[in-house]
Design a protein around this ligand. Structure first.
Ligand code: RIB
Length: 294
């Protein structure tokens, strides 16, 4: 199972705050940590830890070596991550005592991807079983169209959500995986089942909707499946969605039932939120299976 992750590679600066800041408020933080991150990097590692062969593709700047080293050390093939002269993307993340976050993103090198880069990537890796992407890089629309033309299945996590997401070529998307805030903005619906159906009408494929501590939903036009989340003490929810995405997708692609896929995704995400950081907190498969058999 070869998965091509076309995504973002960021340096995460994480600040522990007494609460998330109000407009105009200045806050002291009690701690500052630097972590590896980016939705592409996190999802690539989650897929790898779940069991997939993963090719990570995207762009970093001259200061991004340690992100590609981290991917390679984790068993992800990072040879399709290019280097350009724009600084590596970074995120400034504030975390409150409940583990909730607020984020400022600097796209940097992630936004410097060109159509030529995408063409070359698909010429080399057009045999992938799936292309997974998010909305933190340039050329998302382009890569989806080209991958679809080549017969590569595609999955999109439209995060972070901005209005331009609505213009994506959803006829080229097989699997849509997103959280309830993104789904509400995309559909204008507030009821979860209504969101699910509206999203299905958009992609005419598989829709997976995460609801934070309330669980997750799956709909493929025939079957609706609901799964509960696991109750844990969250310290940092950054990357929880990425962990869920990697584990859930790999399970679905390897023939697990939708319920099994939602459940393993939720278990991996539940472990991840109990520690600070994003990529470093993604559990391996053994830890996830042990958690599920408690
Ligand atoms: O989903 C979490 C990630 O979003 C962080 O690692 C941050 O870099 C942003 O990409």
């Amino acid at each position: 199972m070869k998965i091509l992750v076309f995504g973002s590679y960021n340096i995460d600066k994480v600040y522990s705050l007494p609460h998330l800041p109000d407009k105009g408020e200045m806050l002291y933080c009690s701690a500052m940590e630097t972590h590896v991150g980016g939705k592409g990097l996190n999802q690539a590692l989650a897929l790898k830890k779940a069991g997939a062969e993963v090719i990570a593709a995207g762009m970093v700047g001259p200061d991004g070596d340690y992100l590609t080293d981290y991917l390679n050390a984790g068993g992800v093939d990072a040879s399709a991550v290019g280097v350009c002269d724009v600084p590596t993307g970074h995120s400034i993340i504030g975390i409150d005592p409940q583990g909730r976050n607020q984020m400022i993103l600097y796209g940097g090198a992630n936004r410097a991807i060109t159509e030529e880069f995408c063409d070359d990537l698909l010429a080399r890796h057009g045999d992938a079983d799936l292309l997974l992407t998010q909305y933190e890089t340039g050329c998302v629309e382009y890569i989806l169209k080209r991958a679809h033309e080549k017969g590569v299945r595609t999955a999109v996590n439209p995060s972070p959500y901005v209005d331009a997401v609505k213009e994506l070529p959803f006829d080229c998307v097989d699997i849509l995986i997103l959280n309830e805030d993104e789904a509400r903005l995309m559909t204008g619906e507030t009821d979860e089942k209504a969101m699910l159906r509206a999203l299905y009408e958009t992609v005419k494929g598989t829709v997976i909707l995460t609801l934070g501590p309330r669980g997750s939903l799956y709909y493929d036009g025939k079957e609706t499946v609901e799964a509960k989340a696991f109750s844990v003490n969250a310290v940092d929810t950054t990357g929880a969605g990425d962990t869920f995405t990697g584990y859930c997708l790999y399970a679905l692609l390897t023939g697990k039932t939708p319920r099994e896929a939602l459940t393993v995704g939720s278990a991996a995400a539940a472990i991840a939120v109990t520690q600070k950081g994003a990529a470093e907190t993604i559990p391996d498969r053994a830890a996830t299976e042990a958690f599920l058999s408690r």
